[in-house]
Design a protein around this ligand. Structure first.
Ligand code: GSH
Length: 262
């Protein structure tokens, strides 16, 4: 290594190599480089709060505007880390092309790439981002008793509200036995959400979390497409969420991207 001039520092093994832009300080000594490497390695470790790291996080969202990937777009705006967007044109079948299927075999959006890791499923991505970048306090950390309830809501969106909503929108010819389904009928499910929102302002009380991004997006799009009734508590909750600057930035971006793709 030439210590007379700054050189890009490359680290290996944690999948963040391509975006480490930091340079080794000028006139460095071997012991400084070792210390530098130690700091970088510590910051790259799982569980370390990367919100305050100087390592660029290397986040790429595969996105169609607007779609379920808009949930992740909002979450990324809440997290406040730099990210790239790769537009996936569903109308052109980009999602079914081999290069996309290689990162998401379901051929669906969203997919988030973080370094070399590809994460799919909107709620899983939001959970991941909240834990990976805890600086914005959008998660309830491991070891906190309320984490159980928080995770319940993150799973409740895709595994209970969404199938119940689909049941209502596309009724089946034959109803399966209720006990064989992993969710309840639409009205029961919505009553549970209404009750949870009665306390407010957010699902977890005073703290806005990733669960609000997931459930709030579901209610918002559900009401927009007339799949979810406009109950007052849902409208108030969604109105509260849409005043968030990150939600507004995401929506503006989505509009711009949607217009470009059209
Ligand atoms: N379970 C997935 C569902 C994702 C999903 O259905 N995305 C839709 C857009 S809203 C999609 O990619 N549709 C394209 C297709 O099915 O061909 C998640 O929650 O992320």
């Amino acid at each position: 290594m030439n210590c007379d001039k700054a050189e890009p520092l490359t680290l290996s093994g944690h999948g963040l190599e391509p975006t480490i832009h930091d340079a080794v300080p000028q006139k460095c000594h071997m012991k400084d480089i070792t210390a530098w490497q130690l700091i970088m390695d510590t910051r790259a470790k799982p569980g370390h709060d990367k919100s305050e790291s100087f390592i660029m996080p290397n986040l790429t969202l595969y996105h169609a505007s607007p779609s379920r990937s808009s949930i992740v777009l909002w979450m990324l705006e809440e997290i406040g880390q730099p990210y790239d967007i790769k537009l996936v044109r569903l109308s052109e079948g980009d999602n079914l092309k081999p290069d996309y299927l290689a990162i998401n075999p379901m051929g669906k959006v969203p997919t988030l790439k973080h370094g070399d890791t590809a994460i799919t499923e909107a709620a899983a991505i939001c959970t991941y981002l909240a834990d990976e970048f805890p600086g914005k306090k959008l998660n309830i950390p491991v070891g906190t008793p309320r984490r159980g309830e928080y995770l319940k809501w993150l799973f409740f969106g895709p595994s209970v509200i969404e199938p119940a909503m689909t049941d209502r929108a596309f009724p089946r010819k034959e109803n399966p036995r209720a006990a064989t389904l992993g969710w309840r009928d639409f009205d029961t499910v919505l009553d549970i959400v209404s009750k949870a929102l009665a306390k407010g302002p957010y699902l977890m009380g005073e703290q806005f979390t990733a669960a609000d991004v997931v459930i709030g997006s579901g209610l918002r799009y559900g009401m927009m497409f007339k799949l979810i009734p406009e109950r007052k508590e849902f409208q108030d909750y969604v109105a509260r969420l849409t005043t968030r600057p990150a939600a507004q930035r995401a929506e503006a971006k989505d509009k711009e991207l949607g217009a470009k793709a059209a």
